[in-house]
Design a protein around this ligand. Structure first.
Ligand SMILES: Cc1cc2nc3c(=O)[nH]c(=O)nc-3n(C[C@H](O)[C@H](O)[C@H](O)COP(=O)(O)O)c2cc1C
Length: 451
């Protein structure tokens, strides 16, 4: 399957300190400046100068302390709070935050993203995650995470309710009739009266419909349940993939699921992560990468693997192969890591180092042209609709990408030179959804929820 667009979509994946596991130990990292407005301002200004589609913030609900040297990696400021700051600092770029459906309620999440969509004039996106870390459950009054299938079941109901809440005000519901004192047309503001397995929500939302109708929905799970969830309701799919052929087959798989949900290939954008190390020459880029390797603490990779595999590996020998791991109910990423470990027969130390660098995302080391070559090849081969750019170090790495790689992509006609739209949906080439309550619309989602 060829990609459908002439130009790629690019996200700026923002991670405290940067994406490299040891970014916080890099000499250029100013540890006094993280979680500061200045830090976020610098990242946002670079990404918007590069005309990227969106800034994306991951999030999580716990921090592992088993390896205190590297737990800096897991510092996560709450992402919708940061998004509010981003909204005030930018005017065009899309703004995506992560919120878990396992530890929240649809009404408060729908309110938060509706508010952000209003404040940003139509640039908000929600990365809908089900959460995978057992440690998160312990911070949200649970003894353990609900089972994988149940998390997705709840996520589906959660998103259906949130969509109905965003739709509960039709576009032309507001009247603002000062003369007769009529604020809104009651016929165009709707109750949900939802009573489902996990949630009971009367509605309507207490915020009128936002500029995008609904914020852009992002999903990043790759299990069968995750892919079906994405195909049924996501606008963007983030993924981690090191191999082009695997990316092509994932792309085909997800796009192939869309007709079942009445959707077309262009309705969902698939964006794998891209970690890069750039230099004026290939040798300089490699030296740049080497410098990062030297910063990884010997135990850090193991800490990271333990978290990804939901298994404590601290007691196992670093120089032996990965022990048996419980995969039943584990994430698709855990399954991929174990598959790769069995295939390559790497030791725990080697595997840990490998994943600590790019976390299973594709990594390209080279000149700006070489990085653009790989991106162009994946894009033209139908492996993706664009990429989520993961600078090893932040905030400086975003400017590196924007100043060095973006101009090459622009010269090749592969990326925009100016924003042509105002909302994130416009940047991504996605339709603005109608309210499911509007005349002529079928309320299929909501009917499904209330069945
Ligand atoms: C690029 C990318 C970003 C992700 N960001 C988050 C995140 O911020 N928080 C989170 O809890 N999970 C995150 N995930 C994990 C997924 O959303 C998903 O929960 C996980 O892959 C397990 O689902 P699965 O078993 O369907 O793959 C991310 C995954 C990818 C590929």
């Amino acid at each position: 399957m060829k990609q459908l667009n002439e130009q790629m979509n690019l996200g700026a994946f923002v991670f405290t300190f940067g994406h490299h596991f040891a970014a916080w130990r890099h000499p250029d990292t100013d540890t006094n400046e993280v979680i500061s407005l200045d830090y976020y301002r610098e990242v946002a200004a670079s990404a918007e100068r590069g005309k990227l589609d969106m800034l994306f913030l991951a999030d999580s609900g716990s921090i592992p302390l088993s390896d205190a040297e590297s737990s800096a990696r897991f510092v996560y400021p709450e992402s919708t709070a940061v998004l509010g700051a981003f909204a005030a600092m930018t005017t065009k770029i899309g703004l995506a935050a992560t919120v878990s459906t396992t530890f929240n309620d649809p009404y408060n999440v729908a309110r938060r993203f509706s508010t952000l969509d209003h404040l940003s004039k139509g640039r908000a996106a929600w990365n809908v995650v089900t959460s995978t870390k057992e440690g998160d459950a312990l911070n949200y009054s649970m003894e353990k995470l609900p089972e994988h299938g149940l998390r997705y079941e709840r996520a589906k109901e959660f998103l259906d309710v949130a969509n109905a809440l965003w739709d509960s005000w039709e576009d032309d519901a507001l009247m603002w009739d000062k003369q007769d004192g009529i604020f809104a047309d009651k016929e165009k503001v709707h109750l949900l009266s939802h009573s489902g397995k996990a949630f009971s929500v009367l509605g309507p939302l207490n915020i009128p419909r936002s500029p995008q109708g609904r914020p852009v929905i992002i999903q990043a799970g790759t299990s069968p349940a995750g892919s079906r969830f994405a195909a049924s309701g996501a606008d963007v799919v983030f993924t981690a993939c090191e191999d082009k052929e695997e990316a092509i087959s994932f792309y085909k798989h997800v796009k192939g699921l869309l007709p079942e949900f009445g959707r077309e290939a262009g309705d969902v954008k698939i964006m794998p992560g891209l970690m890069f190390f750039v230099g004026a020459t290939e040798a300089e880029a490699k030296a740049n990468e080497e410098q990062f390797y030297d910063l990884i603490m010997p135990t850090a990779g193991v800490t990271y693997l333990s978290r990804m595999l939901n298994t404590d590996l601290s007691g196992c020998s670093l120089d032996e192969e990965l022990p048996e791991i419980e995969l039943e109910g584990n994430t698709s990423r855990a399954k991929l890591i174990v598959e790769m470990a069995r295939k390559t027969k790497q030791t725990v130390r080697e595997l840990g180092m490998h994943y600590a660098v790019a976390r299973g995302h594709m990594k390209v080391t080279g000149t700006p042209e070489q990085i653009a070559d790989v991106m162009e090849d994946w894009f033209r081969s139908g492996a993706c609709d664009g990429f989520n750019i993961m600078p090893p170090l932040l905030p400086g790495g975003m400017a590196e990408f924007v100043d060095q790689v973006i101009p090459v992509l622009q010269r090749r006609g592969l990326f925009r030179t100016e924003y042509t739209g105002n909302t994130l949906r416009e940047h991504l080439g996605l339709k603005r959804p109608n309210s499911q309550f509007a005349a002529g619309e079928t309320r299929s989602m909501q009917e499904e929820v209330t069945k």
